[in-house]
Design a protein around this ligand. Sequence first.
Ligand code: SF4
Ligand code: SF4
Length: 108
Amino acid sequence: MIANYGFKDGSGDWFLTLDTDKCNGCGKCVEVCPPKILEIGLDEIDIFREEPVASVKSGERKKIRYHCAPCKPGFGSELPPCVAACEFAAISHSDGWKKSYKGLRQKV
Ligand code: SF4
Ligand code: SF4
């Protein structure tokens, strides 16, 4: 299943998307996330799933735009730490950050 963590407002879409079918709960993304907003736990969407899965901590979802900004998802050639750490490509981000840094990319 697809789980979206974050929010949308007038400034854009700010979501971390997790494909829970690809996630095995290994925790590598949790270890590398600088502000420690990820965690491993029970699947909130599929209550019948027994295996642990990654998610964004509930108290951090409204702040995800600012938490993830230093990682600049979609901006540069380097992947955000969470995306790079996941060998199953379970994590992706919406384009809010990408658009936010678009003008900056043209200057560098
Ligand atoms: S690194 Fe990937 S597979 Fe491992 S817990 Fe994170 S999202 Fe799931
Ligand atoms: S983009 Fe950075 S701050 Fe956001 S979840 Fe990934 S590692 Fe953590």
